[in-house]
Design a protein around this ligand. Sequence first.
Ligand code: GAR
Length: 213
Amino acid sequence: MNNNKPSIALFISGRGSNMQAILADSLQPDCPYQICLVLSNQAQAAGLAIAQAAGIAATVLEHQNFPDRESFDRELLQIITAYQADFVALAGFMRILSPLFVQHLHGRLLNIHPSLLPEFKGLHTHERALAAGVTQHGASVHFVTEALDSGPLIAQAIVPVLPDDDAKQLAARVLEQEHQLYPKVLRALAQGRLELRGNQAYLDGQPALLTPL
Ligand code: GAR
């Protein structure tokens, strides 16, 4: 890449709207990071064409072509090394990563999840939030550790759950916030303001979740 900004690889599996928001942010002159690669484990991911149209290197690595999780993850590591990624941001990447990959990227691997973690880990978060009758829902960005959707929280965006919401309406309200939240977190990461120490994320030296971005 052509400047000294930290490089981030984005991993996607589908639509790529978070990726698109991050790409748009990365093109702002004051943005402290650059996107060196978009990688999808699904060849039909719509986000790939969006990345290519933006002039970003976009590649597919299909997990079905590998005998096991570790061999797929070893290839992922080779690719991000080749692209000199400093960080990896999962943006709708619907594949569990092995301890090998997670440990290699300790403190440099982030994910966004559509719920106020630790509530509603896993899939179908909006449906489950509605079924549970919560009045608030949202999105979380966290460092990835070996336990699914359980890594140290960095930041959350909260939205209200309205009386007539269906899952689609609620998902759209959360997604709008995701598009604001993730680029902000990546800016802080690239500026060296974020750190993973033990099982706690720090922002500007303070517990991250309690510190405004
Ligand atoms: C986003 O809502 C993201 O939070 C979620 O997938 C969606 C991807 O949308 N991620 C997870 O559920 C991870 N467990 P996008 O492809 O349009 O960014």
